[in-house]
Structure formats: structure tokens, C-alpha cells
Design a protein around this ligand. Sequence first.
Ligand code: ADP
Length: 260
Amino acid sequence: MSRLSIRNVGKTFPGLRGKPSTQALQPVSLEVADNDFITVLGPSGCGKSTLLRLVAGLETPSEGQILLDGQPVYEPGADRGVVFQSYTLFPWLTVRQNICFGLREKNMPAAQQREISEHFIEKVRLRGFEDHYPKQLSGGMQQRVAIARALANDPKILLLDEPFGALDNQTRVLMQELLLGIWESARKTVLFVTHDIDEAIFMASRVAVFSARPGRIKADVPVNLPHPRHYTMKTTPEFMELKARLTEEIRAETLASAEH
Ligand code: ADP
């Protein structure tokens, strides 16, 4: 079981060298239930990454509280697996060593580390690349290692910040299907930040739509599309209907931020 409660969490960054402070996030509340796949959708600069970094424990809220299974979050922890848009693998470690990094930190016996890494190498389809170094991999492959590394620690929740944002469109679609496939079988609780409307709908069980900065959740939209999902679903009337609604919501916010 893992339940994330974001309760009236706001964030204001102090201004440096006499500059005015920046309110990145108005107080937002979001309940993420066990096995939920929530996408956080909003225009650029609305505070999505800030919210994710707060849940990751990389930033401290200016107000409100974040609870994971009832325990307050105040620093990063192995119970939250994080994947960022930029490639964050350790360049001096191989694919397998990257995946095992957290397990080694926990002093897990080598045989068990091997078993877990084998499982995830298979899951993210990197068989044959176990001994490669990050610089020998494409961007999509590096993100697959990052996902495997996060999942290998068996976190309570997976936090992803535009994880496919730097990939070309074809690779991005393949990665979406791969991550969904893993979620459909492993049933993790996921919080996924994106500014891409198609991606937000395709991946989610619920879309939390953000307003322009300072962000607040202006709509919480359930996505009742069946699983397993295949990219061809993006042309179904149900998908298009959701897309039209969310496009309107985001357009209003993008216009609002352009007027600031
Ligand atoms: P998004 O992920 O939706 O693009 P961010 O959460 O990255 O938005 O940023 C929201 C706002 O907060 C932006 O105006 C950004 O410049 C500001 N911001 C983010 N991080 C910091 C920081 N460490 N210090 C000052 N301002 C920041």
C-alpha cells in the first residue's frame, strides 16, 4: 500500500540579491491512491517540477504538508524513485551497476542484486547492454536504465519529471508504451509531470491540470480508457474527446501566462 497526500502545499522561492521572490505554487492538494497513475499537466513554468521536487524531498514546502503513508516527507528517501528529463545515470558505472546502485547502498547480498537487476534489464528490454556505459547508449536507452534503477529499489511511489521530454517522437511513444506495460504488470503508484497533452491522457488514470504560475490544480480529470493501452488508442473518439477538453483548459492557461 502506498498513499500520497499533498495537503495545501505551496512554494515561494526567495529572491536572490534583492530580486522579488517567486511564488511557484499556490497551495495545492492532491490525494494519490495506491496504484494510481497521476499525470500533472500544465503549461511551462506553472510549477509542475516544483511540486514533484517537493514530493521527492528535494525542496521544502513554504506551507502545507506532504505525507507518504501517513509519514511526513522532509528529505529524499529510497521510498520515492525519481526520474528526471535530463540523463542522470552515473557515467562511470555500467547499466547493471547503475541499476544496482541503490541495492548496493543497502548492502543487499550480490546474488539478490543480480536477480533484481536481471528482472529489470528484461523489463526495460536492455538485454545485451548490461555491461555498456551510459555514453554508449541512446537517450531512450539511458532513460530505460533510469526507470529500471528507480524501480529496482522497489519504491512506494515513482516520480517522473518529463522523463521522455528530450526524446524524439517515435522513441517517446515507444517509451510511453514500455512504462505503461511495466505499470500494468507491477502496479506502482506514479506521479508523472508533463506538458504534453497526448502523453498526459495516454499514461494516466487521472490528469491533474495546473493553472498558469503560480500553479494550482484547476481540474482533476479521470481517464477511464481501458488497459492494456496501445498508441492506436490516441485516435479513438474517447481519447479525442478528452484531448479537446484538456486542450481548452491548457490553452486558457497558456494565454493567461502570456498576458503576465
Ligand atoms: P514547470 O515544471 O511547470 O515548468 P517549475 O516548477 O520548474 O515549472 O517552475 C515554476 C516557477 O518557479 C518558474 O517561474 C521558475 O522560474 C520558478 N523556480 C523554480 N525553481 C526555482 C528556484 N530554485 N529558485 C527560484 N525560482 C524557481
